[in-house]
Design a protein around this ligand. Structure first.
Ligand code: SER
Length: 888
């Protein structure tokens, strides 16, 4: 059982057997501790359980925890490659008691594991305890049978463990093994303790205190246990090798690296192989946990790790990027225990390849400059700060890379000179910014950026995290505190809240901390990388420095994810259906819907929209994983990723791909590939359903499409269905027959309308006392034929044809029709047969009628004129008035 993977399992099995809950490793970016750069020990995820803030359903746990010590309080970066035991990434095996067992049981469990299960020779083991900890010393005597000389009392912080400047802490007891005289080194507490002979492999911390601030330390509610065993160190012991780099896992990684380089490690270059193997692990695990290389914070530590490894690759003669080629070997070794490595493999590979390709371009020139500048220097000399800064600024050499490169020759770097140069450059940058146009409104944010740096965005990985308030801004000014009711902008060192960009709206949610809560209604990005949480203090008072629990509104963010991913699918489907000329002109990803504007100068037909919707949904149903990779803009575009015109991209871009094409040239190729910084679903199936609800024109050549996804789409369909059912019920047919029924009804109605119109006409002309017409039959007035009638149900536009027919039925004479419309409004037509137009003018007569109807005016020709009036009940008077006028 001495392989690394087997030792890990044996450790966890042992503690499981002893009543411990096996808990998965937490991510390397601590979500529960803003003060830590990286998870540096197994206890980090349990920090709040020790202090009593958080409850778990178990009081004993065991873990194999990914840990990185390369930045912050615990930093081993500079030692890697130079000692047999230091690593930047390592796995810490640990058992924990949260107020359950304490010192005695912890020592007993440890002793039994290493001597009985792992079979370590008792006579080679020794321990340290904190100098005042008689209790621990007593248990070691009792349980291990150690004599006093094997229990070494240490008074320094080596035997008082603390996670960081604050947090749980306590005295500890470390277990060492003597690896034999052939290795240089002395027992702990001696001047030779830094040698590799006495190897510390397990630290038992008796967690008793909490460091609240730098000055204040309080008792934990219940004494607890936190232990940490370096898996790699234990493997080196069990495998009988002197260094962690000779264990099976590292051997395999180094073999792959040496076969890629075509040369094996030898005494001179083995250090470089070790750096590469270690840094490959830390870089890969960090990328898998969402850290990407950048020029600040965690991203910069990652970049330093990567670049150091790359320089060592160069030292070994690599003629092309090397690190990315080693990723499959790492995934083989560790992917089973850490599935995030398998999931992240494409992103890790791309990130390493990109970083190395770009860095190689300047590495050789930078090294040339460095060797020129140090040509005349010898051991003990110092490189000037200006050159170190030039290497940093122009060639991208992190300071420690320069230091590392000079270490072998025992040359140091003038740090004061380096810092001076750095300050000078910052002052220059400030000056040039102050002169630019936006400066006035945005100055406050750029000032904040300079002071506190860019915000670490954790939101691709998590929707909850802890952070520390860095500053508060109200009305464009930094303020010392914000009280209940205040509208405030909050800047935190890290955040899971997405800041509005790329069309996707900012996250909402809440921030809370001791005695205060803030409702966040929006998140914006300002000052080049500062995430600003906008909201209102709901209760209490908040000040810079406060610790905050940050929670994104999960339901809303899930809808945003779905809508953003659906936007990508609709975009590609539009290109597939309408042609690749379709370009995105704007988009809005809101929680309740998505809006997408495209350039296309025809309306999109219902058929086309249906196809778009169907194709996008085909990819949803595929339920394929959505992948994210990081690459240079040029590479991304060369791969066919869609870049949005007018969008500003950094040197490196995120490329989001989803789905597998199904038709034509797209078949079997990634369906949608876009440069995008937004948040997306994990698998396309998470979108649930895409429903296009509208399409219209917003400007010349620009069409706007709106769509719904998931639950909103389902509700929309539901509503449609309910309406259809209600219509079917009203029609008394099944929903399937609605269309036929409605068509029949429309036909019938048309026919009936025609019949009705005919009947009314007949009535109007035919006289009689039937409903719909009143007035007399044809008569004679002033010696000429006269037909005067008031009719209802005949539209004003039908009055004229009716009057025409009246004229033909009279042969010679005057016709008056008064129609009653809605609101009792009247319209009147007067027609005069041609033979009489010399005697009567239809226009004059219609004016008389109109006046009787309460109106005025009217117009037309002498043979046919029309007018209106407000009072149709005066129809008979109007007819009488015309008659009177004719009689004259
Ligand atoms: N926290 C302690 C350490 O890291 C024991 O796990 O060494």
């Amino acid at each position: 059982m001495s392989g690394v993977n087997e030792i890990r399992s044996a450790f966890l099995d042992y503690f499981k057997k002893n009543g411990h809950e096996i808990v998965a490793s937490s991510p390397l970016v601590p979500r529960n501790d803003p003060t830590l750069m990286f998870t540096n020990a197994g206890m980090v995820q349990f920090k709040n359980v020790f202090t009593g803030l958080e409850k778990r359903p178990y009081s004993r746990a065991a873990t194999a925890q990914k840990s990185v010590r390369a930045g912050g309080k615990h930093n081993d970066l500079d030692n890697v490659g130079y000692t047999a035991r230091h690593l930047t990434f390592f796995e810490m095996l640990g058992n924990f008691s949260f107020g359950d067992y304490f010192k005695e049981r912890a020592i007993e469990l440890a002793w039994n594991l290493i001597t009985k299960e792992f079979g370590l020779p008792k006579d080679k083991l020794l321990v340290t305890v904190y100098h005042t900890d008689d209790e621990a010393a007593g248990y070691w005597k009792k349980i291990a049978g150690f004599s006093d000389d094997r229990i070494i009392r240490i008074a320094t912080s080596d035997n008082f463990w603390a996670m960081g400047d604050t947090g749980p802490c306590g005295p500890c007891s470390e277990i060492f093994i003597d690896r034999g005289e052939h290795i240089w080194g002395g027992p702990p507490g001696t001047p030779e303790e830094d040698g590799d002979r006495f190897l510390e492999f397990w630290n038992l911390v008796f967690m008793q205190y909490e460091q609240v601030t730098k000055e204040e330390r309080i008792d934990l509610p219940r004494p607890s246990i936190d232990t940490g065993m370096g898996l790699e160190r234990m493997a080196s012991i069990l495998q009988g090798v002197e260094s962690v780099f000779e264990t099976d896992l590292f051997r395999h990684l180094i073999e792959v690296a040496s076969s890629a380089l075509g040369r094996g490690p030898d005494a001179d270059n083995v250090g470089s192989y070790r750096v590469i193997a270690d840094h490959l692990r830390s870089a890969s695990f960090l990328v898998a946990d969402g850290v990407l290389p950048s020029n600040e914070g965690r991203g910069y530590v990652l970049r330093r790790i990567m670049r150091r490894a790359m320089r060592h690759g160069q030292l070994l003669g690599a003629s092309e990027p090397l690190m990315w080629k080693l990723v499959p070997a790492l995934v083989r070794e560790m992917g089973q225990a850490y599935p995030e490595l398998v999931r992240g493999e494409p992103l890790i590979t791309e990130t390493l390849k990109l970083e190395e390709t770009r860095f190689r371009k300047t590495l050789a020139r930078g090294l040339g400059l460095l060797s020129e500048a140090t040509d005349k220097l010898g051991a003990g000399d110092m490189l000037d700060g200006e050159t170190a800064f030039k290497l940093y600024d122009t060639y991208g050499f992190p300071l420690d890379l320069t230091q590392d490169a000079l270490r072998q020759r025992n040359i140091s770097v003038n740090l004061d000179g380096f810092n001076d140069a750095m300050q000078r450059q910052k002052a220059e940058a400030r000056k040039s910014w102050a002169g630019s146009g936006e400066a006035a409104t945005e100055t406050v944010w750029f000032g904040i950026k300079e002071k506190v740096g860019a915000t670490d965005f954790l939101g691709y990985e998590t929707e909850q995290a802890e952070g520390m308030v860095l500053t508060l801004v109200k009305d464009g000014k930094e303020i010392a505190e914000a009280k209940a009711g205040d509208e405030v902008a909050v800047v935190v060192n890290q955040t899971p809240f997405y800041g509005e960009s790329g069309g996707q709206m900012g996250d909402t949610g809440n921030l809370s901390g001791e005695g205060f809560a803030i409702d966040i209604t929006d998140t914006q990005k300002k000052g080049d990388g500062v995430f600003v949480h906008l909201g209102k203090v709901a209760k209490g008072t908040v000040k810079p420095g406060a610790a905050v629990e940050m929670k994104v509104d999960h339901a809303r963010r899930s809808r945003l994810r779905s809508n953003h991913s659906a936007t990508h699918l609709i975009h590609e489907a539009l290109r597939e259906v309408l042609g690749t000329h379709v370009a995105q002109k704007g988009s809005l990803v809101a929680p309740e819907r998505l809006r997408f504007d495209i350039s296309h100068n025809k309306p999109v037909s219902a058929d086309e929209l249906e196809q778009v919707e169907r194709m996008a949904n085909e990819i949803v149903v595929q339920n394929s994983p959505v992948t994210t990779r990081l690459m240079s803009v040029d590479d991304a575009i060369a791969e066919g990723a869609m870049a949005l015109f007018g969008e500003k991209y950094g040197d490196e871009v995120r490329v989001v791909s989803m789905g597998m094409g199904l038709h034509g040239a797209r078949a079997n190729r990634p369906y949608s590939v876009e440069l995008c910084g937004g948040t997306h679903v994990t698998s396309t199936g998470d979108i649930g359903l895409i429903r296009i609800v509208s399409d219209g024109a917003v400007a010349a050549g620009v069409r706007r499409i709106e769509a719904l996804t998931g639950e909103a789409a389902r509700r929309h369909l539901d509503e449609q269905d309910r309406r259809l059912k209600a219509v079917a019920a009203a029609l008394k047919v099944s929903p399937a027959d609605v269309l036929t029924r409605v068509e029949t009804l429309v036909d019938e109605r048309r026919k009936l309308e025609r019949e009705l119109a005919d009947a009314r006409k007949k009535l109007a002309l035919g006289g009689g006392a039937a409903a719909g017409a009143s007035g007399g039959a044809a008569e004679t007035v002033a010696g000429v034929g006269f037909l005067g009638r008031s009719v209802s149900g005949v539209s004003p536009k039908d009055l004229k044809p009716l009057a025409d027919e009246g004229k033909s039925s009279l042969g010679s004479g005057v016709v008056v029709f008064v129609g009653a419309g809605e609101d009792n409004k009247a319209s009147v037509v007067v027609a005069v047969t041609d033979d009489l137009t010399g005697r009567y003018s239809a226009v004059d007569l219609v004016r008389v009628a109109s006046a009787a109807l309460g109106g005025q005016g009217g117009g037309g020709r002498p043979d046919m004129a029309q007018a209106g009036g407000p009072d149709a009940s005066k129809a008979d008077e109007a007819i009488a008035a015309v008659k009177a006028a004719m009689a004259g």
